[in-house]
Design a protein around this ligand. Structure first.
Ligand code: GTP
Length: 595
């Protein structure tokens, strides 16, 4: 155990974590040169296509140092704010963290938030100035920023390039020298923390754990404390590039367990594994509950696939502990699930993973934040969907969630950013200069104003030179109304939204315009109406198609005809018919494209 080091790599998005992890794997010969591919640990197709880390990934390396062989368990973590729950869980399995800062960018919002998570968990921090090969790297300035942020000596900061390989050996040495060995007693009753799990269709459910105390052996009878269920440890092992079975693993180590678990809901991330015969009296403190930021319905495109969707969601949830959901019924869409997400990127990723990994075709409905309503008898009602909004005469007031946002940007963009935040009903709380050029600003803003497209706007007005991090700070009274949408006189509950009264008319008008663009024309006129209560506030009409589209391709151009048909078929994929009107997926997300 003296020679085990458990560490994670944390950073702001794109500062080079995954690339640096590649170099560590290469240098320690964990991966042979011929097997090397860029961002090796980002092994999900989606991660590769998007060039981002979505999941944390654990891998074990062996490293000879000062005449000893060290076992290094590395956990690569995502940088995007939507996945910070992944980061906090990974941190619980480690004693140290490499804090990577891009030498050409400096400290960004998630550098700070991830650093605080690591400090909160008492991790030893090794700051690394990365991408020093870049011609526009600013090592002195960024060193100053790091020193100010963590209060280390400039000499504690390592210089590296994940691209050229500079500084990799020094990082490995620092991991051995500076990060403490795990504590824990291999002879004590078993206590192992489940920090992740994966559904594998061949091998069943795989559980990833970190042993705090005790020793787990292949064949042991183990118990999951939260569920009380007992299993045989059929296979245990370490996480190399592939899983490597072991007969025994002790305190301080990180590994996987396969034990014939069939039901996804039997595994809870944050649960403690112990022995049936010699159980520990104490479960390890699990993880704080996730606080979803955005809620939306997920419905199968084919109503008959409801049960299949439920089992797919359970399996996905194993690997995505931040996804929460419960059954929901919509008048328009039938049976589905109301899901909570950590942000819009998370929502998109969940939809894509359901489609790719579980072969489901789903519709996600209009996203919304959670509101609170205080009833006439002072009872608190939580509203996760517009359909749950009580009639105005049944409530005293409505409260909306507020966040504290931290924005780091270049001095020249301060003015436009303040204007943007004011427009979003924000209040500026503070402003301080990190250097003469870079400013950190703090705002309080309604979550509903920032969760959808705020970040895109922020990036546009700052030409990419702004980073954002936020956390919930509570609920505040707000004048919100429910805006309904009717198609040919029929209310479509899945298109309703809760909006601020001051913006509701404008919102209704633009939503109708957007829907007019997004709904396909049909053989009859479609009336689109927006209403608040009984009052119609906006209206648009989609004129009927007079002829079949195919008729347009008069004459013989068969390939054009086929293309058109194929296009129509593709469009069908994510489409639901409500009453007689076909609604494509984009229409449910129209609210995101307003203003
Ligand atoms: P997320 O996991 O999505 O948060 O990103 P990341 O921090 O893992 O960053 P990643 O390793 O994917 O690198 C981001 C980009 O920076 C890629 O285009 C890399 O090729 C580039 N990059 C990474 N390290 C270096 C470096 O040391 N020098 C230079 N010049 N480019 C680098």
């Amino acid at each position: 155990m003296k020679h085990i080091r458990n560490f994670c790599i944390i950073a702001h998005i794109d500062h080079g974590k995954s690339t640096l992890a590649d170099r560590l794997l290469e240098f320690t010969s964990t991966v042979a040169k011929r097997d090397m591919q860029a961002q090796l640990l980002d092994n999900m197709d989606l991660e590769r296509e998007r060039g981002i880390t979505i999941k944390s990934h654990a891998i074990q390396m062996q490293y000879p140092y000062k005449g000893e062989i060290y076992t290094l368990n590395l956990i690569d973590t995502p940088g995007h704010v939507d996945f910070s729950y992944e980061v906090s869980r990974s941190i619980a399995a480690c004693e140290g963290a490499l804090l990577i800062v891009d030498a050409s960018q400096g400290i960004e919002a998630q550098t700070i938030s991830n650093l605080y998570l690591a400090i909160g968990a008492d991790l030893e921090i090794i700051p690394v100035l990365n991408k020093i090969d870049l011609p526009h790297a600013m090592p002195e300035e960024v060193t100053d920023e790091i020193v100010d942020l963590i209060g280390c000596a400039p000499g504690d900061i390592l210089h590296a390039s994940g691209k050229t390989g500079i500084g990799i050996e020094a990082i490995l040495n620092a991991i051995c020298d500076r990060i403490p060995a795990p504590k824990g007693d291999p002879e004590a009753p078993l206590q192992a923390l489940i920090f992740d799990s994966v559904f594998n269709s061949y091998r069943g459910i795989e559980v990833l754990f970190r042993i705090k105390n005790g020793t787990m052996r292949k064949g042991d009878k183990v118990k999951f404390m939260a569920t009380g269920k007992e299993y045989g440890a059929d296979e245990i092992g370490i996480l190399g590039l592939n899983q490597e079975p072991r007969t025994e693993m002790s305190a301080g180590n990180v590994g996987y367990l396969i034990s014939g678990i069939k039901e996804a809901r039997e595994v809870k991330v944050g649960d403690t594994i112990t022995h049936v015969n010699r159980p520990t009296s104490e479960a390890i403190k699990g993880f704080a509950d996730v606080k979803p930021m955005v809620f939306a319905g997920i419905y199968p495109v084919e109503t008959t696939e409801y049960e299949e969707l439920r089992s797919s969601m359970e399996k996905l949830q194993l690997n995505d502990a931040s996804l929460v959901w419960e059954p929901e019924t919509s008048v328009a869409l039938g049976f589905g699930f109301r899901c909570g997400f950590l942000g819009m990127l998370h929502m998109e990723i969940v939809q894509e993973r359901l489609e790719r990994e579980f072969n489901m075709t789903v519709i996600t409905t209009v996203p919304s934040v959670q509101f609170h309503a205080i009833g006439t008898k002072d009872q608190l009602l939580t509203i996760n969907a517009p359909s749950e909004m009580p009639e105005p005469n049944l409530i005293k007031l409505i409260e909306e969630p507020f966040i504290k946002a931290q924005i780091i940007t270049a001095a020249e963009y301060v003015g436009p950013i303040i204007t943007l935040c004011m427009d979003k009903r924000g209040i500026i709380k503070g402003q301080s200069y990190l250097t003469s050029e870079r400013v950190e600003m703090t705002f309080e803003l309604p979550l509903s104003e920032i969760v959808f497209d705020f970040f895109d706007k922020l990036k546009t007005i700052s030409r990419g030179y702004a980073s954002l991090d936020y956390e919930l700070i509570g609920f505040r009274e707000a004048d919100m109304v429910k805006l309904d949408v009717m198609l040919n006189g029929e209310k479509v509950d899945a298109l309703s939204a809760i909006v601020h009264r001051s913006k509701s008319y404008d919102w209704g008008r633009r939503l109708c315009e957007k829907l007019r663009e997004l709904l396909p024309r049909q053989m009859f006129d479609i009336a689109i109406q927006a209403s608040i209560g009984q009052k119609i506030i906006a209206r648009e009409t989609i004129k009927a198609l007079r002829k079949n589209v195919i008729a347009k391709c008069y004459g013989g151009d068969i390939s054009r005809k086929r293309k058109l048909l194929e296009k129509q078929k593709e469009g069908k994929k994510r489409m639901r018919t409500v009453g007689s009107v076909e609604i494509p997926q984009e229409a449910f997300l129209a609210v995101l494209k307003i203003d």
